[in-house]
Design a protein around this ligand. Structure first.
Ligand SMILES: C[S@@+](CC[C@H](N)C(=O)[O-])C[C@H]1O[C@@H](n2cnc3c(N)ncnc32)[C@H](O)[C@@H]1O
Length: 302
């Protein structure tokens, strides 16, 4: 039986709308060029997204029940793109989701889609290193849509090194917040290791925390920790700069998505690995338009 994948909110819909709009415009823009177009969904899920919402009012009566609404997830969105991608790679590691994802792929027989089972970091790094992207005239889009801190920096570097992939990265701000406590004495090794894996550097420990409060007792033991001075804006800007250090095309200002209580949830980044000015122009013109539309609808909905 198909597995229902419950996740997200109206903000998720906004994220997926950005992806849908970009894939469609990208495929159309490149269709007359002799490139092989590939789409890689590193965290593909089941192909669909189910959300529980209050049921719609019926003849003016307030609903007392909820209803489940299922809409296309990123994998189906990619499979529905017209003109289609020449290759669609869907990566997922949860066996139950994989079987539902495979059933979804069967509904699109014209597509050259492959489900790859396993860890997204390993598979993406392998795919990126496997091709000589420019010599083989391959171009594409990759979507990184983890639940949390699953994407390692090595994966980001591998994508940037292709100089052929455009990357949408749903970056987990709330995960960062949880793992970087205000007081450095509350650092937890597992969580700090996760941050370092996501960023490929430990420099966040110096750059987000101020040193002046650090105090030692008579035995030289740390008695008072350092305080995180980086707020969410500064952390987002720090992440932006970190991505710019490897993506030689461009990295656009992200779209900030929020939880229903208004707390920051994630930043949707768009990065271009191809440094050629023509490639940067086409990709960033399309993505800028989409992100700005996303941002202005966010302002309107406040
Ligand atoms: C937020 S969901 C993705 C939703 C999907 N993009 C969509 O729009 O329908 C994250 C997915 O990543 C999968 N996942 C988590 N860690 C993974 C990993 N290391 N490698 C591959 N898949 C992973 C989870 O099983 C889950 O299906």
């Amino acid at each position: 039986m198909d597995e229902k994948h419950f996740f997200g909110s109206s903000e998720t819909e906004r994220k997926l709308s950005c992806l849908r709009a970009y894939l469609s415009a990208y495929s159309t823009a490149l269709k007359t060029q002799r490139f092989c177009r590939i789409y890689i969904d590193a965290f593909a899920g089941t192909g669909s997204r189910t959300e529980t919402r209050p049921a719609l009012p019926f003849f003016g009566q307030t609903p007392e029940t909820t209803e489940e609404v299922t809409t296309p997830g990123s994998a189906r969105i990619a499979l529905e793109v017209d003109p289609p991608f020449h290759s669609v790679v869907l990566i997922e590691q949860d066996p139950k989701k994989i079987s539902t994802l495979k059933n979804a792929v069967c509904e699109y027989p014209g597509n050259r889609a492959h489900v790859r089972e396993g860890d997204a970091n390993e598979i993406v790094q392998h795919i990126c290193a496997r091709y000589d992207w420019h010599r083989e005239k391959m171009r594409g889009v990759i979507f990184l849509d983890p639940y949390g801190m699953e994407v390692s920096w090595k994966t980001v570097e591998a994508i940037a090194n292709t100089k052929a992939l455009d990357c949408w990265y749903f970056f987990p701000l709330s995960g960062l917040y949880r793992n970087a406590p205000r007081d450095s004495l509350k650092f937890d090794q597992f969580k700090t290791d996760a941050l370092t894996r996501v960023f490929g550097t430990e420099s966040w420990r110096q750059e987000w925390y101020e040193a002046k409060d650090e105090q030692y007792d008579l035995l030289g033991k740390l008695a008072a920790g350092r305080t995180r001075i980086a707020d969410v804006d500064r952390i987002e800007e720090w992440v932006h700069n970190r991505l710019k250090s490897v993506f030689k095309g461009t990295v656009l200002k992200p779209l900030r998505l929020k939880h229903s209580n208004g707390a920051p949830m994630a930043s949707l980044f768009f990065a271009v690995s191809n440094p050629k000015p023509a490639a940067v122009r086409v990709a960033s013109d399309i993505a800028n338009y989409i992100l700005k539309a996303g941002i202005s609808s966010q302002v309107r909905s406040r």
